[in-house]
Design a binder for this molecule. Structure first.
Ligand code: ADP
Length: 858
């Protein structure tokens, strides 16, 4: 019997009461009465995302950010890979094409879904605040799930770690389910998910019936339509399932409902005999395969005072192959004029073999009202478990009480361990931060740091490679920046700050706050991981990467035939190698069409070709490819455009638009402010207005980047290029990262960073945000207004710059600000000081700065 021998163990507590208390209505009927309710109530088993029963190959996605955030990492409570599935493209509010898809291999009754974001041990901070669900039974017709009020969007997660469970009301019968993240603004999302339910043993794939009707009774208009039917409804309902299979049995009084906040008649589908001259309603049921049917249970209303009665006669036809059997089966239940209770009417189906059944239900009164129809066939018995649900060992017959107890104990232990870990972790943080601050008034700030810990990353030494010599180190920044005057290794210098020095014997303290977990690939390194994942240890197997780069839709960048490039002159030398001015023949044909608008129409176009030097290390090669990947996604008038690439063979090249006047630093160094001095020396000049115009363009480019949650990390005049008529475009995305990508950057050696442009929190806490880009912007503005004649803090040594950073941190009015440039009006200097506020939240946004710069008058 279903009550004492159920194979189904509720592992997930119900979030709210859904199972209607209908038992009193059905005590007369046998145990099958409860089948659907039981399914609804107890079909809440994890279907195998977290437990691993769903195979990796059955989890797919519209796209993936990288190999390490592929669909298979979208399993609830799993921390493998980079900790979740993340689509390749930022999810846009009007662009809902990203999805994570699960193939359950057979039809399942799905009652509950669970979602979680990407936490990755504190490094990740992406989650879906909202999502939609689509499902399909056959893999070709996809249905958007709607709740009983017709709403599609489901509230998702509020943080990256908590699991949020949502009842699917109505539940769905599906083999394929898609989770589609939804956002109200452009952002990165990552998801881990689980489906809960059980195998759909009915095998019913669809029912076709005449559309439900409307009943007018004195007190109410009763809507007897099938409001959750998921097939087509025109005059009749075709190819769907709905209220007749949703597991909710109607009440005795059909004007009331178990379901909260719906209309009278909600639980029933009903028809009036006035619309059916034949005296019957025909419903056809399609099944997944040929089955041996024993019983059909039809839940009918019998409120005869309203002219509603269960059917008086039913005739069923069976189809096993293509033809309907000639002799139908007929059955006449006894008509009940005494008991107005709703009831299941069992119809014996006499072991007919069929894959479709067509039944004609004859009216016993004016109205026929059905709320559920279920079938018992060879495998359709939940209670006797002829076929235990596939892929889910939890469905085996067992002594469920013991298992539930064990399950609860394990859950309690797990929660306790998690709490202990969190407490210990918090204590370690607090200890470290208190040591750093050494002052009572810092406690408040420490908490704020703790609250933003997920954005924090370490650029600290990797302790295991701490002994690596300078020559051997594989540090990104060492490789990238040949320790030029603008880039320093802050961690070594930070050790000289008193607060840090006293702790220098403690691993990690001296070099900032380490949250790194060695050996685990992280999202921010996703591109590197992707390359390794695709090509094994061979980092030079370009075609796989090329596929990745060249296949993206929005960010497509094409391979350009190298032979069509003609060298003109060397423009400069950068971190990766030389930059050449070249003529590119017919490049328009290879470019993303959206970019063509301001490219000259001539056959030959001048372009800048940035080449990776031939002796570049694997890491430099990866960084180069990563910069290509980032740039290929950016599309803004003030961001330098990547036109095409040559990556099928060495040397790797990125072809960007040519900016005639080189980088802004060199450009301004060659110019003078307008005035007497310039007149005397006959030097080329730039007006204050044009300086502001250039700064405004940088602000505009940064506004665009920040809208995508990209953090540049290396904004400076040396990384801005100047075209004709003082146009400016931001370049050099070698250090930029997506803010929502967890913002973690692991450096396995020495970090060499542009400390004079960096905010205090970037240097001391390794925290890079749009607000730290804003700090760098103000330094860049300062450079511009000084015509790049002086390096920021030129009077300070690198050690003193770090010491000054400590003063910003202590905030005891001993910090030194960059001085007001001669050309800079007071109002603008005040804005610059705002950009260097200690509290990142108080710094202006790029939108505000852009507006200010457009308005500024000399
Ligand atoms: P780095 O990587 O060191 O920041 P790049 O490799 O981007 O520098 O460029 C090196 C130099 O080449 C720049 O400083 C600039 O003078 C020149 N350059 C780079 N890209 C362009 C371009 N698109 N147009 C004109 N000059 C460029």
């Amino acid at each position: 019997m279903i009550t004492n021998k159920t194979p189904l163990r509720p592992l997930i507590p119900r979030l709210e009461k859904v199972l209607p208390d209908t038992r009193r209505d059905h005590t007369r009927v046998d145990e099958v009465v409860f089948k659907n309710q039981m399914a609804y109530c107890v079909c809440r088993y994890p279907l195998g995302m977290s437990g691993g029963q769903i195979q990796d190959e059955d989890i797919s996605a519209s796209s993936q950010w990288s190999e390490s955030t592929a669909a298979r990492y979208g399993r609830l409570n799993f921390e493998e890979g980079d900790g979740a599935w993340c689509p390749e493209i930022t999810v846009e509010p009007d662009n809902l094409k990203e999805f994570l898809q699960i193939d359950l291999r057979s039809l399942h009754f799905i009652t509950l879904v669970g979602t979680q974001g990407r936490h990755a041990g504190g490094i990740g901070n992406e989650f879906a605040q909202m999502y939609k669900i689509k499902y399909s039974r056959d893999g070709s017709r996809w249905i958007s799930w709607r709740n009983r009020q017709g709403k599609q969007v489901i509230e998702g997660n509020r943080n990256a770690y908590d699991i949020v469970l949502k009842d699917l009301e109505p539940p769905v019968v599906a083999r394929f389910v898609r989770f589609m993240p939804v956002t109200d603004h452009s952002m990165n999302v990552c998801m881990r998910v689980e489906l809960y339910g059980c195998e759909w043993l009915d095998g019913l794939v669809s029912y076709n019936a005449p559309a439900g009707q409307q009943m007018n009774i004195p007190e109410h208009v009763v809507y007897l339509n099938d409001s959750v039917y998921d097939g087509a409804i025109i005059y009749s309902m075709t190819e769907g399932l709905g209220q007749l299979t949703d597991g909710v049995c109607g009440l005795d009084d059909f004007t009331e409902s178990h379901v909260y906040n719906v209309w009278p008649g909600y639980d029933y589908v009903g028809w009036s005999n006035q619309s059916f001259p034949g005296g019957y309603v025909e419903i056809m049921f399609e099944f997944d395969r040929i089955r041996n049917f024993t019983t059909m249970m039809v839940h009918c209303n019998n409120m005869f005072t309203y002219n509603v009665k269960a059917f008086q006669h039913v005739v069923c036809y069976f189809r096993s192959e293509s033809d309907w059997e000639a002799t139908p089966l007929a059955f006449s239940p006894s008509v009940d004029d005494e008991d107005p209770s709703a009831r299941f009417v069992p119809v014996p189906l006499a072991n007919h073999m069929a894959s479709a059944i067509k039944c004609q239900f004859y009216f016993a009164d004016v109205w026929l009202l059905f709320s559920e129809i279920t079938f018992q066939s060879d495998t359709a018995m939940y209670n006797t478990t002829l076929t235990p649900p596939k892929d889910d060992p939890t469905h085996k017959v067992d002594d469920s009480t013991t298992r539930i107890l064990i399950g609860c104990l394990v859950a309690i232990i797990f929660i306790l361990v998690a709490i202990i870990v969190i407490i210990l972790w918090r204590q370690v943080w607090q200890k470290m931060l208190q040591k750093v601050s050494g002052m009572a008034n810092e406690i408040q700030m420490t908490e704020s740091i703790l609250s933003t810990q997920s954005e924090t990353f370490a650029y600290s030494h990797n302790q295991s490679s701490g002994g690596t010599s300078e020559q051997e180190s594989s540090s990104t920044y060492e490789r990238i920046f040949p320790l030029g005057p603008d880039y320093q290794e802050p961690s070594r210098l930070i050790c000289k700050l008193p607060e840090f020095a006293q702790n220098s014997e403690e691993p990690g303290i001296c070099s900032g706050l380490t949250v790194a977990q060695d050996g685990v690939p992280h999202y921010a390194e996703a591109d590197i991981v992707a390359l390794q994942g695709v090509t094994g240890s061979n980092m030079y197997a370009i075609p796989a990467l090329a596929m990745d780069l060249l296949s993206g839709k929005d960010m497509a960048v094409e391979e350009f035939p190298r032979k069509l490039l003609t060298f003109k002159e060397k423009l400069g030398e950068g971190q990766f190698g030389e930059v050449h001015l070249c003529e590119a023949e017919g490049i328009q044909e290879f470019m993303n069409k959206e970019f063509l608008f301001d490219v000259p129409e001539e056959a030959t176009v001048l372009v800048a070709v940035k080449m990776l030097r031939s002796d570049a290390s694997k890491n430099a090669r990866n960084d180069f490819l990563k910069e290509i990947k980032i740039m290929s996604r950016l599309k803004d008038p003030n961001i330098v455009r990547l036109l095409a690439v040559c990556i099928y063979s060495d040397p790797l090249c990125m072809i960007t638009e040519y900016m005639e006047n080189g980088d802004l630093n060199q450009f301004l160094s060659r110019h003078e402010p307008e005035g007497q001095l310039a007149l005397l020396s006959n030097a080329a000049t730039v007006s204050f207005g044009n300086l502001c115009y250039m700064a405004a363009q940088i602000a505009s480019g940064m506004k665009y980047l920040s809208s995508l949650n990209f953090v540049h990390r290396d904004l400076a005049t040396r990384n801005c290029l100047v075209g004709k008529n003082f146009t400016i475009k931001i370049a050099d995305f070698g250090m930029s990262r997506n803010l929502y990508s967890g913002d973690y950057y692991r450096i396995q050696g020495r970090a060499v960073l542009p400390i004079r442009w960096m905010s205090w929190e970037s240097i001391l806490l390794g925290k890079f945000t749009t607000a730290s880009d804003m700090w760098a912007f103000a330094v860049t503005l300062w450079e511009i207004l000084n015509f790049c004649k002086e390096q920021p803090y030129s009077q300070l040594t690198d050690e003193q710059v770090i010491e000054n950073t400590g003063e910003f941190f202590r905030d005891q009015k001993r910090q030194i600000y960059l001085p007001q440039p001669v050309l800079c009006p007071d109002s603008l200097y005040k804005v610059m000081l705002d950009c260097w506020r200690r509290n990142a939240k108080e710094r202006p946004s790029f939108q505000e700065i852009h507006r200010v710069l457009l308005q500024i008058q000399p």
